[in-house]
Every structure is written in C-alpha cells, then in structure tokens.
Design a protein around this ligand. Structure first.
Ligand SMILES: [Zn+2]
Ligand SMILES: [Zn+2]
Length: 345
C-alpha cells in the first residue's frame, strides 16, 4: 500500500513554543530505512531540553525518540524485516561510519550521530522513517504502548545498571523514582539485585512499593533537602553501589555519593543544568568511582524487553493523544506527572 502524502505530527518549528500538531509530508524510506506506522511514542525529559534549544536541533523537526509501531515499507537494502513486523526504534538513529568510535564499533559515541527527535525527525507522527540497524523487533507478547518507553527510558536505566558493574546479588541504589527510576527499580530486582529507591516524593516511593518487583528499602529524602545529612544513611545502608538518575540538582548527586559504600560506583544518567562535582574525600578516601552512561544500542535493547516480558515489570503509563501533547507537557512541568507519558496514535 502506498503511503499517504501528508500526516499529523508534533513538529517543532520554533524553540520554547507550545506543542502543536500541523500537517506535514509523510517521509519516504531510503534504502537503509524502514517506514513505520507509529502506534505509541513516549515523552522524555530530553524532549524538553531539545525544545529549550539545548541540543542545537535544526528546525523544523518532529519530536520524540521513543517510538514503537508496525513496519509499513522496507527499504531496498534492508534485510531481516518485513511489512507488519512490530518494532521499536531506539533514540540513536545512525552514525557517520568514519570517526574513531564508529571504526571501533562504539557507534553510539559517534562524533556526528543522528538522533531521532533531536537532530532528525522523531516519532510523534503517524509515520516515521528509521535506520533498520537501530530498529528492534518487539515480541507479540509485549504491547507497543509498553515497548515505546523502553526505547529510551528502559534502555537508559538498564544501561546504567549494567555500567555500575555490580556482581550478582549485590546492591543498587536508584536516586530519583521518575520515568526512568520506576522502571529501574523493577529491572534491577528482575536482575537479582537488592534495591534501594530514593526520592523526595512519597507518592513516587508508593508507586514502586506497589509493584510486585518492589525495592528492598525506600528512602524519603525530604528530611534532607540539601543532601547535607545524607551521610546518616551511609552508616545504616550497606548498599554496594549506586546510580544517580535524572535529578537536575547537585543535592541528588551528593546524596547518591553519600549512600554509596566505599569502593562503589556512582553512575550518572541525568544531565544537571549546572553539572556535578565529586569531592576528593569521596574519590580518594572512600575510593568511589564516577561513570556516565549513555543510551545503549540495539543489542542492549533486547534484554530489558525480555526482562519486562518475563518478569512482568509494570510500567506506569499515562496515555495521551497527539493533540493533548501541550497539556501533557504542562502537567509534566507542574511536577504532578508520575511514571511515563506516552502518546498513542
Ligand atoms: Zn529519552
Ligand atoms: Zn561516527
């Protein structure tokens, strides 16, 4: 079936402007691409950063890098996909193929990467084209609305847990139980770790404690808004290692370092406005290691999908329509949002 000429999409024509849904041209797949009829596409904090022009995105662009849908057309050079396949697209789309990291096979660290919803068109549209090499098949048992947030949030938090390098049976602390964090506590439990959940909102802790794969301990950090007293937890909590989620404030990072036991690893996933600092005391006298974690690649996307499927990880999803995107953004900005927001088409 031929693709239609036009479609609805949340196209960003101007930075710092409300979301709108104009009619735009339907993209045609190149030889290495798939055309995907989008069924669900998630909202990520990075979308707000892009809207604030923090990534120098070329205008106009279609937002969202957490898309899932059904293959409609297959590019002439693509192998392994057929029309009708259920697929998800990770946020990283394609690489230059020439830079040192591309040559070394670390394509997500490419010097000139193309990212959906940031440097090229993303998934808040009826159709999207995507490089087949960064597209993953979704098993029939995982519904597309659940699969969409796994393409960035699930993959990112899974990558962060892996990067902590904690041996089986060890302990993981997750600071910030938002869209990523509430998936992370469940994935970490499914992976066999002891898990501590930390947030400043009791409702966020209540959410993860209501899940079958609930954390072993949850810590409300509100008595400690500046992170100054976080050391009090250090003596009590023997968690081996810790990862820091997307909190944009230094106290969350200080808290993560404070509750990480000696010789542990703090993994940074968030992108705080003012950066982060690590004290020499934590690095020298407590031998903490600080590592960052970028999104994984398609090979990393399959395991979290299997964990979600096999262990019945329950992602809290609020469903919106395309024309409700601005309402969704405002709710997120108000701080009332919990779990993941997903636009369903
Ligand atoms: Zn994202
Ligand atoms: Zn490259």
């Amino acid at each position: 079936m031929a693709l239609p000429e036009t479609m609805q999409a949340i196209q960003i024509k101007q930075f710092n402007a409300p979301y709108a849904v104009p009619q735009v041209a339907v993209p045609k797949p190149k030889s290495n691409q798939l055309s995907i009829r989008i069924k669900a596409a998630g909202f990520c904090h990075t979308d707000l950063m892009a809207l604030n022009n923090e990534f120098n995105s070329p205008l106009p662009y279609i937002d969202s890098h957490e898309g899932a849908g059904v293959v409609e057309q297959v590019g002439s050079d693509v192998q392994g996909f057929v029309k009708g396949d259920h697929v998800g697209c990770i946020n990283f789309d394609s690489s230059c193929g020439e830079c040192p990291d591309c040559s070394a096979g670390r394509v997500i660290y490419c010097d000139r990467p193309q990212m959906k919803g940031l440097t090229i068109d993303g998934a808040w549209a009826e159709y999207m084209v995507a490089d087949a090499r960064t597209t993953v098949k979704i098993p029939e048992s995982v519904d597309l609305v659940t699969a969409a947030p796994l393409m960035c949030a699930g993959l990112s938090v899974y990558g962060g847990i892996k990067k902590a390098g904690v041996p089986p049976g060890g302990s993981i602390g997750i600071i910030g139980i938002g869209g990523l964090g509430h998936i992370g506590t469940q994935l970490a439990k499914a992976m066999g770790y002891k898990v501590a959940a930390v947030d400043i909102k009791q409702t966020s802790l209540d959410l993860v404690n209501s899940r079958r794969l609930k954390p072993d301990i949850s810590l409300l950090a509100t008595e400690d808004p500046d992170g100054q007293g976080a050391q009090c937890y250090a003596g009590k909590v023997s968690w081996a290692r810790c990862r820091c989620s997307r909190h944009r404030k230094q106290p969350a990072f200080d808290f993560a370092a404070a509750i990480t036991r000696k010789h542990g690893t703090v993994v940074l996933l968030g992108q705080p406005d003012k950066g982060i600092t690590m004290s020499f005391y934590n690095m020298i006298f407590r031998d903490l290691k600080l590592v960052g974690s970028l999104i994984g690649d398609t090979s990393d996307a399959e395991e979290p999908m299997n964990l979600v499927n096999d262990h019945k990880v329950e992602i809290k999803i609020k469903i919106w329509k395309l024309d409700q995107a601005e309402e969704m953004r405002q709710e997120y900005l108000s701080g009332k949002s919990e779990g993941k927001n997903v636009i369903v088409l």
